[in-house]
Design a protein around this ligand. Structure first.
Ligand SMILES: C[S@@+](CC[C@H](N)C(=O)[O-])C[C@H]1O[C@@H](n2cnc3c(N)ncnc32)[C@H](O)[C@@H]1O
Length: 290
């Protein structure tokens, strides 16, 4: 079980990996008594930056669907495979990572800059805690660069104009939408969000997406999602294979298509344990070829 490092009411800088971070967040009157997606996910990944409310929510989901821990790890492994593929095999040198999450092993800029240290990354999240940590820890060394945007993924205009400070949107971009669109209800039209972002990206760009599904264990995942939604202010929405495929807004998918997250171009040595997420990568073709 991940270590418990901080307490609801007694959080101090000593509870955290980075001196100063907790105090900064405290100043922003961050409500640590309410579980938050980034910290709950971080707990499943074995991170140490979570509060009692996050641990309670995370443990209840684990009780109802123990595979969630393997799923979070499989999702991070997909992130690394997708970014490495785009950078090493398709020459992508700039990335837009929406729904960054708390720093974890193999963050986007680290994977991309492992191929070319000059890669540029813009991290986007709407959780102030994530952004404080990202600014402190997701730092690039020259010649690459990282920037951080406090934006909701629904505000695509703000994301694109903010990203343009660091990225050249006339050149191909690797857009990551990993484990974020299941926080967007149908009423906010997640496919439209993807389409608006895709329309602003240059031909030759890629979109990597992963998303919670109840397809493999409907009763358990539905029970776990219900418990999660009772504990956090941002409900999660599991979607089917057909629904998740439609989020790619009609863009052509790379082989093997939308598949269980552990089955997308697995590393030599196997698929890893199954997970309740689908993943896929699409490519933005030349204009008029969609
Ligand atoms: C489950 S974490 C995923 C982290 C990372 N993308 C990964 O796959 O490892 C989801 C992240 O999305 C962020 N998020 C949720 N809804 C969002 C929204 N509407 N706009 C921007 N970020 C959002 C959360 O704050 C959290 O950091």
């Amino acid at each position: 079980m991940p270590p418990a490092t901080s307490d609801d009411t007694q959080a101090s800088t000593a509870d955290h990996c980075c001196p100063g971070i907790a105090a900064t967040v405290w100043d922003q009157q961050f409500d640590t008594s309410v579980a938050h997606p980034a910290r709950v996910y971080g707990y499943w990944l074995g991170g140490k930056d979570h509060y009692e409310a996050d641990r309670r929510a995370a443990e209840e989901v684990i009780r109802l669907r123990p595979q969630v821990v393997a799923g979070a790890r499989a999702n991070r492994a997909f992130l690394a495979r997708a970014v490495r593929y785009m950078a090493a095999e398709r020459g992508i040198r700039q990335f837009l990572d929406t729904g960054t999450g708390l720093p974890a092993p193999a963050n986007t800029h680290q994977v991309a800059q492992g191929t070319d240290p000059g890669c540029r990354v813009v991290y986007v999240d709407n959780d102030p805690l994530v952004l404080v940590y990202a600014r402190a820890l997701l730092t690039s060394t020259p010649p690459g660069s990282c920037d951080y945007l406090d934006a909701d993924v629904r505000d695509t205009a703000a994301i694109l104009s903010g990203a343009a400070r660091t990225l050249d949107l006339a050149q191909p971009v690797g857009l990551l939408l990993l484990a974020i669109l299941h926080f967007i209800p149908d009423s906010d039209d997640p496919a439209r969000i993807v389409a608006r972002l895709a329309d602003a990206l240059a031909p030759g760009s890629f979109i990597a997406l992963s998303h919670l599904t109840a397809d493999f264990a409907p009763a358990q995942v539905t029970a776990a999602a219900t418990a999660y939604n009772a504990a956090t202010p941002i409900p999660v929405h599991a979607r089917s294979h057909a629904q998740i495929s439609s989020l790619f807004a009609g863009l052509p998918l790379l082989a093997p298509g939308v598949v269980p997250v552990n089955e997308w171009r697995p590393a030599p040595g196997g698929f890893g344990p199954p997970a309740d997420l689908y993943a896929g990568v699409a490519r933005i073709p030349r204009r008029g070829r969609r």
